[in-house]
Design a protein around this ligand. Structure first.
Ligand code: 4NP
Length: 168
């Protein structure tokens, strides 16, 4: 089992959208029992809220219903999750500072778009227009496909190691 946490500032735009898109991809790949997905925010601004209505609209247009309630990142996340993926460098910095205070952290911290190899961010659409949310959807869909390929390789690797161990 691999556990993945998507993180942005408010946990009402980018990270719940990433969570919804990735969950759909994981289900389509039949990996729902192997990959656990959640999202959170670095801020406390919107705790308990459903995603922004524009996030829900763009998700629904693509067949995804979002029901996540915003929550803030907590220390336990660094012990529980294998991957914590930040939408932008500011959130990544926040996560790195938190991780430095957690001795048993196992989480690998990355930007959501790291698998494109260009140090790119997912722009914050909160003060933008519907077009910004649509562009956010498109780039998340593209980049999360690459991340899923990476995770599938890791899962296969783990499987091979387990089979080899059982043959010893
Ligand atoms: P998110 O977008 O980090 O993608 O959820 C934002 C949501 C709320 C705010 C900023 C960004 N805010 O300032 O309340």
């Amino acid at each position: 089992m691999k556990k993945v946490l998507f993180v942005c500032l408010g946990n009402i735009c980018r990270s719940p959208l990433a969570e919804g898109i990735f969950r759909k991809m994981v289900e389509e790949a039949g990996l729902q029992n192997k990959i656990w997905i959640d999202s959170a925010g670095t801020s406390s601004y919107h705790i308990g809220e459903l995603p922004d209505y524009r996030t829900c609209q763009v998700a629904e247009k693509n067949g995804i219903i979002l029901s996540h309630r915003a929550r803030q990142v907590r220390k336990e996340d660094f012990v529980e999750f294998d991957y914590i993926l930040a939408a932008d460098r500011s959130n990544l910095k926040h996560l790195q500072n938190l991780q430095n205070q957690i001795p048993h952290s196992k989480a690998k911290l990355h930007l959501m778009r790291d698998w494109e190899g260009k140090n790119l961010e997912v722009p914050d659409p909160y003060y933008g227009t519907m077009k910004d949310f649509e562009q956010g959807y498109d780039l998340l869909e593209k980049t999360l496909k690459l991340f899923l390929e990476h995770l599938q390789k890791e899962l296969n690797q783990t499987y091979i190691v387990e089979v080899e161990k059982s043959n010893c």
